[in-house]
Design a protein around this ligand. Structure first.
Ligand code: ZN
Length: 142
């Protein structure tokens, strides 16, 4: 399989069959994020204890990119500290802006590297960054 195909499959899988798309009954915080230009609307839920993101989920509607990106992000930040998660957000936004990342930084972005080429599709960038900007706001407000 070509790398582009693998990435397309990853995006499809995350957008269609995400384990992270659900409500979170014992959430400590939630944040709504919207991207009106595409109609994406997600609610991000997190449960934080002792500075660790113990659990997270998302709900809402939107295009495959926005949904996949939210799912991929949750896989990455679950179990991390708030400052680690903020760091991941920063690196993801750098990747989408086509800035250079070290190999280690790319590895830390796990499945989300599948969204790397979105930087070439300006109209979809807002879809890809929606969940990450929403998480950043959620963590910054804490
Ligand atoms: Zn979208």
């Amino acid at each position: 399989m070509e790398i582009d195909q693998i990435y397309t499959e990853l995006i499809k899988e995350h957008s269609l069959y995400s384990d992270n798309k659900k409500s979170l009954d014992d959430a400590t915080d939630s944040q709504l994020g919207a991207n009106p230009s595409c109609g994406d609307e997600i609610t991000l839920n997190i449960r934080v204890k002792d500075d660790i993101i113990e659990d997270a989920s998302f709900e809402g509607v939107g295009c495959a990119i926005s949904q996949a990106s939210a799912s991929m992000m949750i896989d990455i930040v679950k179990g991390k500290t708030i400052s680690e998660a903020k760091h991941d957000v920063k690196n993801f936004l750098k990747m989408i802006k086509n800035e250079d990342l070290t190999e280690e930084e790319l590895e830390n972005l796990e499945d989300a590297v599948a969204l790397q080429n979105i930087s070439k599709l300006p109209a979809r960038v807002k879809c890809a960054v929606l969940a990450w900007r929403t998480l950043d706001k959620l963590l910054t407000d804490k």
